[in-house]
Design a protein around this ligand. Structure first.
Ligand code: NAD
Length: 303
C-alpha cells in the first residue's frame, strides 16, 4: 500500500522514517514545497529500507500522490519558544487552503491524517476543503502516550500495560481523563496503593503538568518535537491501512461539541469508524466543554 507525506520537515520526515522502520507500507512518497529537501529526505530514508522492510521511498510533486491510501499532512510552521499552538493558525490555514485541494485532487482515495498545528482547527478546515475524503487529526494520540508514559514511570511498569486518554484540544486546554486511566486493568489509585507507591494530589499534578507542558519543555531544549509524533502518525496510518479498528484519541468533527476534538475513536479503513464517549466525572465533562469552547472561539477566527 502507498502512503504520502506532505511537508517533510522534522515531523513529516520523522513520520516517514517511522513508517519505513515499522514496515507500515510498501511505497512511501514525500512531497514538500522545498523539493530538494523532500528529495534529500527520501534518499536518506530509502537507505534504511534495505536493512528494515524494503519500503520503496521516493519524492515528487502532488501528482506523485496518485494511488495513496493515506496522506499524512505535516506542512507548515511549528511553534517557537513561548508560542502556543493556536498562535500558528493564520499562517497554517493559508498553507492548507492552497495544499489540501491539490492533495485531494491527486489522491482521491486517500484518508488524510493531519498533524499540522493547531491540529483540531486544521482538521475542521481540511474536512471542509476536501469534501468526500475521510479526514482525521493526530489530535491527542501523542498526549495520551505522554500521559501513559508518565503514569507507567511512576507505577514502575511497562507503559504498554497502562491505558488512559487525553481528550479535547491538542493544546493547553486538553483534559487528562484520570477516570479512564488503568494500570494492568486496575484503576491507577488501586494499582499504586496495592504496590505501596505514593498517590497524592502532588503526584497527580506533576503528571498533569508533565503531559500538558511536554511540548513546551522539549521545544525549550531542542526547538521542536518530532519523535513521539512521528511514531504516533505511523501508528494511526497502520490502523487505516490494515483496517485495525484501533482505539485512538484522534481528532475529528464532533457534532455534540460543534468542533473537531479528540475522543477515543475506532480507527479503520475508512478513517474514524465510530466514537466512544467515556464515562467522565462531572469535573472532566466540564473541562471537556471548556476545551471545546476554546476551539470554537479559535475556529471563529477562520470564518
Ligand atoms: P518544519 O519547519 O521542520 O517543517 C515544515 C515543512 O513544511 C517544511 O519542510 C516546509 O518546507 C513545509 N511546507 C510549508 N509550506 C508548505 C506547502 N505549502 N506545501 C508543502 N510543504 C510545505 O516543522 P515541523 O517541526 O516538521 O512541524 C510541522 C507541523 O507539525 C507544525 O505545525 C507543528 O506545530 C506540528 N506538530 C504537530 C504535532 C502534533 O502532535 N500534531 C507535534 C509536533 C509538531
Amino acid at each position: 500500500m502507498k502512503v504520502g507525506v506532505v511537508g517533510t520537515g522534522l515531523v513529516g520526515a520523522t513520520a516517514a522514517y517511522a513508517l519505513t522502520l515499522r514496515g507500515s507500507c510498501g511505497d512511501l512518497v514525500l512531497v514538500d514545497k522545498d523539493e530538494k529537501r523532500a528529495q534529500a529526505e527520501a534518499q536518506d530514508i530509502a537507505h534504511a529500507a534495505p536493512v528494515s522492510h524494503g519500503t520503496r521511498v521516493t519524492s515528487g510533486g502532488y501528482a506523485a500522490l496518485e494511488g495513496c491510501r493515506v496522506v499524512v499532512v505535516a506542512a507548515g510552521a511549528n511553534q517557537q519558544p513561548g508560542e502556543s499552538r493556536l498562535d500558528l493558525l493564520d499562517k497554517n490555514a493559508a498553507i492548507f487552503r492552497d495544499l489540501v485541494p491539490q492533495v485531494a485532487e491527486n489522491a482521491p482515495d486517500a484518508v488524510f491524517i493531519i498533524a499540522t498545528n493547531p491540529v483540531d482547527v486544521l482538521t475542521d478546515l481540511a474536512t471542509r476543503l476536501a469534501p468526500g475524503h475521510a479526514v482525521l487529526g493526530s489530535g491527542t494520540v501523542l498526549d495520551s502516550a505522554r500521559f501513559r508514559h508518565l503514569i507507567a514511570a511512576h507505577a514502575g511498569v511497562d507503559a504498554t500495560h497502562v491505558h488512559g486518554y487525553v481528550l479535547g484540544e491538542h493544546g493547553d486546554s486538553e483534559v487528562l481523563a484520570w477516570s479512564t486511566a488503568t494500570v494492568a486493568g486496575l484503576p491507577v489509585e488501586s494499582f499504586l496503593r496495592a504496590r505501596g507507591r505514593e498517590w497524592t494530589d502532588e503526584v497527580r499534578a506533576d503528571i498533569d503538568a508533565g503531559t500538558r507542558d511536554a511540548a513546551a519543555a522539549i521545544i525549550e531544549g531542542k526547538r521542536a518535537t518530532y519523535y513521539g509524533i512521528g511514531a504516533a502518525l505511523a501508528r494511526i496510518a497502520e490502523a487505516v491501512l490494515n483496517d485495525r479498528r484501533s482505539v485512538l484519541t484522534v481528532s475529528a468533527p464532533t457534532p455534540e461539541y460543534g468542533v473537531s476534538l479528540s475522543l477515543p475513536r475506532i480507527v479503520g479503513a475508512r478513517g474514524v469508524e465510530d466514537t466512544l464517549m467515556p464515562s467522565l466525572t462531572p469535573e472532566e465533562e466540564r473541562a471537556l466543554g471548556a476545551s471545546a469552547e476554546v476551539l470554537r472561539k479559535t475556529g471563529e477566527r477562520l470564518g
